[in-house]
Design a protein around this ligand. Sequence first.
Ligand code: NDP
Length: 252
Amino acid sequence: MHYQPQRDLLQQRIILVTGASDGIGREAALTYARYGASVILLGRNDDKLRAVAQQIQQEGGIAPQWFILDLLTCTPQECHTLAQKVAIHYPRLDGVLHNAGLLGDVSPMAEQKPEVWQDVMQVNVNGTFMLTQALLPLLLKSDAGSLVFTSSSVGRQGRANWGAYAASKFATEGMMQVLAEEYQGQLRVNCINPGGTRTGMRASAFPTEDPQKLKTPADIMPLYLWLMGDDSRRKTGMTFDAQPNRKPGISQ
Ligand code: NDP
């Protein structure tokens, strides 16, 4: 995507990022802060989140708050408690990037372990749904709210061996479409498909792939910025490819 954001694109914006401790989410949090946002980091690893918060401060960004929420075990009550804690520090949310995700096993459907299937659904769908429910009131206080889910190419076209992960990303696309219609005119709701990106998750999905052939999280940030800023203000109910010309599957 060729997009040249203004340096102050996200000034005065408050943006919460899940899975902000690593990979694409970490880069998104750093990038949003560089463009002026006040970011809120969510994850399950205190040390990793603290390190991201420190890097943002060292770069001159607004000091972020970080909160622990394990999407694998979270309950609706925990999500509401988290939203209450966020509301103590912040008047509203202008953006939420649902980025945290679990890959599970890459194996034929017949061999997918039911317990791993449930974990993938729990993190990618159920936990994400519960957190969305809890955060919606804060998002609706913004006059520029942007709710962004993270999908995948296997969330639009199923592929052998992608089992629970593919099903969870289809569900993610569904959640996005339902919410976009429910909040038309009040909140924009969209999906990003990052495309193959150099992260730990990608390396575990394709262990033989040369990571140097992949875009880095930093390379795909233009779309992440665009969807949080005013330049995408009228877009809702859509899925955007961060790497539109990339064919799904292993990089040759
Ligand atoms: P990583 O595995 O590098 O990072 C995943 C992030 O999610 C980490 O911050 C991780 O936390 C967090 N997370 C995982 N499980 C939980 C949990 N139970 N509770 C809270 N946080 C959790 O993945 P990527 O950066 O590659 O992926 C980011 C998103 O992009 C995912 O939704 C993924 O499905 C999607 N995606 C990625 C692609 C790629 O090629 N990389 C392609 C298509 C989609 P921790 O640091 O503690 O592990």
